[in-house]
Write a protein that binds this ligand. Structure first.
Ligand code: NAD
Length: 484
């Protein structure tokens, strides 16, 4: 049986074919044990009418090989085309986005020469679920969904990654001071999982100051684990400050399938000129080699690549007058890396990947006992634009509704309490959240909610949605209103 590992390869669009050819030539010269299943993705596939940019046969290839080395693609302009990356992530459950951001100073300009951090971003949940609704004339909603298993998987992945790659600290970033339930869950799970890794330091930063610190002193971070949207933003900040936008690789990892690529796009402006820098894709390929258990080859390539940078053999995008020795094209750059296979960098820190633990990381989700869930109220959302939007008028009207003790307790507008005893100055939109509970906050039935909605309708009010209020093992499962 061949010891070669089959992987799926896509040459992509724009500079994609040039950088893939260069990358594969380096992989082969370094002795990577690989076979390729080449698939077509991107612009041509989109234009054939396949809205995902990837044919069903190509999906099957990924299902079979489970490893995807992908060049950037061009998403055609105009509507109707789905992002290939988003489709691949969602279809194969690629829950972890891993982005190392490392400085290669002085060869790559950066104000932070010691930076060497990795961002591990949750890839499937959060606001990226794409559940959006227009609810009223004025208000649009985008749902942020955070799950316990989703959080645990990515957090465990971050700690396992730190262990495998000899990293010392994992920093969690959330906005749990504001989103106490959703972000609070992520932080709570982080604290639980961190206890299982006493050898790895852990801390937490609120995402706003955390992002500012990444921009101002990225050297102080090691591994950062965060939710989808924050991770999206902070990984670009980190790549920019380390100067690694053009050089960075990225991995999208799932339980079975993983996809490796460059951070940058298809650069149509320089396509076909033979001048593109293949380093981003090469760094993605290095991550892939570690992932599939060929760390020796990954190390050899990484060191030869750094030595090439040190020797001043630079493509145009990183060429610096006075520092670079020679400006080269894509193929010549790849040849320079190949010539240096077996050498190590002299001033940059040599790569060193763990050659013992080549087995895939073990990511599991803890079985959490189900809690007692009790329905103790309901938030009824209304569109209302009458009586000068006076909350007092709406409140008095809704006080007429009473479904077997289920009655109005408060009204908020954009989260701020406006009834009873609201502030006169609060600005009100046409979107009202009206909370109904029994005076004792006792358990209610779905039948009471149906009766309540009937009465609300009879009052001539337009309800746009409801949200049930639950307690879990007696703990409130919903936020209080601002000012409640
Ligand atoms: P881009 O990253 O392709 O290019 C931005 C600038 O960086 C350009 O000036 C380009 O010449 C330069 N550049 C990028 N990679 C380079 C390299 N390897 N060597 C030298 N210079 C390089 O971003 P863009 O112009 O905003 O996007 C172009 C296309 O790529 C769009 O269709 C976009 O949708 C797509 N895109 C794809 C991916 C992906 O497939 N993962 C990611 C981002 C953008």
């Amino acid at each position: 049986m061949s010891s070669k590992r089959k992987i799926t390869v896509a040459y992509g669009d724009g500079i994609g074919p040039e950088i893939m050819k260069a990358t594969l030539s380096i992989l082969e010269a370094a002795g990577a044990q690989l076979e390729y299943d080449v698939i077509e993705i991107g612009e041509q596939v989109y234009l054939q009418g396949i809205s995902s940019g990837m044919s069903p046969n190509s999906f099957q290839s990924l299902r079979d090989t489970k490893v995807f080395l992908k060049s950037p693609i061009t998403t055609p302009q105009g509507g109707g085309f789905k992002s290939l990356n988003v489709t691949t992530r969602k279809s194969f459950g690629l829950y972890a986005n891993v982005r190392p951001c490392k400085a290669y100073s002085p060869f790559i300009k950066t104000h932070f020469p010691k930076t060497d951090l990795v961002i591990i971003r949750e890839n499937e949940e959060d606001l990226y679920a794409g559940i959006e609704h227009r609810q009223t004339q004025e208000v649009y909603q985008s749902l942020k969904l955070i799950s316990r298993p989703g959080s645990e998987k990515i957090i465990r992945y971050a700690f396992e990654y730190a262990k495998k790659y000899g990293r010392k600290k994992v920093t969690c970033m959330t906005k749990d001071n504001i989103m106490k339930l959703a972000d609070g869950l992520f932080r709570k799970v982080f604290n639980e999982v961190a206890k299982e890794y006493p050898e790895i330091e852990n801390d937490h930063k609120i995402i706003d100051i955390g992002t500012a610190l990444v921009a101002d002193r990225p050297e102080s971070f090691d591994v950062i684990v965060t939710l989808n949207l924050y991770g999206d933003i902070i990984s670009d900040v980190a790549a920019e400050v380390t100067g690694s936008v053009g050089l960075g690789g990225s991995a999208n990892v799932g339980e079975e399938v993983a996809m490796f690529e460059a951070i940058h796009g298809s650069a149509p402006d320089i396509s076909g000129l033979g001048i593109a820098n293949p380093s981003g894709l090469l760094n993605g390929a290095i991550m892939m080699l570690v992932h599939i258990g060929q760390p020796e080859v990954a190390e050899k390539i990484s060191n030869a690549w750094m030595k090439t940078l040190e020797d001043g053999i630079h493509t145009g995008d990183i060429y610096q007058e006075g520092l670079s020795a020679k400006k080269v094209g894509t193929e010549e750059f790849a040849q320079a890396v190949i010539e240096r296979l077996g050498q190590v960098p002299s001033s940059l820190t040599a790569a060193s990947f763990d050659k013992e633990s080549t087995a895939p990381m073990k990511i599991f989700v803890t079985d959490v006992p189900k809690q007692k869930k009790e329905l103790i109220g309901v938030d009824v959302f209304l569109e209302w634009d009458e009586a000068g939007r006076d909350p007092q008028v709406l409140g008095e009207k809704l006080r007429q509704a009473n479904a077997d003790g289920l009655q109005l307790t408060l009204i908020t507008n954009r989260g701020i309490k406006v009834f009873p005893d609201g502030m006169r100055e609060s600005f009100c939109t046409d979107h009202w959240r009206c909370r109904f509970q029994t005076p004792e906050q006792s358990t209610i039935s779905h039948g009471q909610i149906r009766e309540l909605l009937k009465q609300v309708e009879e009052l001539g009010l337009d309800f746009i949605k409801t949200e049930n209020l639950y307690s879990f093992d007696g703990v409130r499962g919903y936020s209080l209103a601002q000012g409640e």
